[in-house]
Design a binder for this molecule. Sequence first.
Ligand SMILES: Nc1ncnc2c1ncn2[C@@H]1O[C@H](COP(=O)(O)OP(=O)(O)OP(=O)(O)O)[C@@H](O)[C@H]1O
Length: 231
Amino acid sequence: MLSIENLDLHYGQSKILNAVSMSASVGQVTCVMGTNGVGKTSLLKAISGVHHRSSGQVFLDGEEIAKIPSYKLAMKGIGYVPQGRDIFPLLTVRENLETGFSCLPSGAHKIPDEIFELFPVLKEMENRRGGDLSGGQQQQLSIGRALITKPKLLLLDEPTEGIQPNIIQQIGRVIEYLRDQGDMAIILVEQYFDFAYNLADQFYVLRRGEVTMSGDKKTVSKAEMLDAVSV
Ligand SMILES: Nc1ncnc2c1ncn2[C@@H]1O[C@H](COP(=O)(O)OP(=O)(O)OP(=O)(O)O)[C@@H](O)[C@H]1O
């Protein structure tokens, strides 16, 4: 459903991604792994249209999307949970969720019960300001807000960063649930190796902006994957 071919990305004169090719399929979690600063976030920015690639092609269900602005890509089904969460601190939890309505036709402006079933704390905190939530609660809100847009491709940028273990487990269960529903592709950028390994169906390892290893979890051992990430 997502296919990337020879993607280059620059910030000014600095080349950050070099000929990256990858794909992601519906019903699978595709993990992008790598140490700090290798270009994982930049890759998600290129897919979501937040920062456009310099060359290469990105296809969503066969349509070339590399030059489409991010708000239009959100309407086409790309849900983005950015690193740092980007919650609107002065809006309530409900209002944060409702910002996702802008991607939906006016008849569909309702928060599905499923969001509160997946993240009960969002119901409890519905009228609290986003800025008053803990980091873990904000992460759940950020994922919930992306799900409101009914994505067919969900991009998650380090959802475990700075989050307490019980919420990490809960987020892991939600990712598994979404994968098993079988109607979206999930790209998970993650540095927490065990979390990523447990969830991954396929993976790509980035190093200095290049894919140095990729594979299917069925054919690559955990030790091989860990070696590739740690180099
Ligand atoms: N807006 C920007 N302008 C210039 N350089 C940038 C910008 N954003 C990121 N970079 C640089 O691009 C490189 C890749 O950054 P990126 O955030 O994509 O890496 P990352 O793998 O996601 O790292 P981390 O795990 O630390 O988030 C880094 O060297 C970073 O300093």
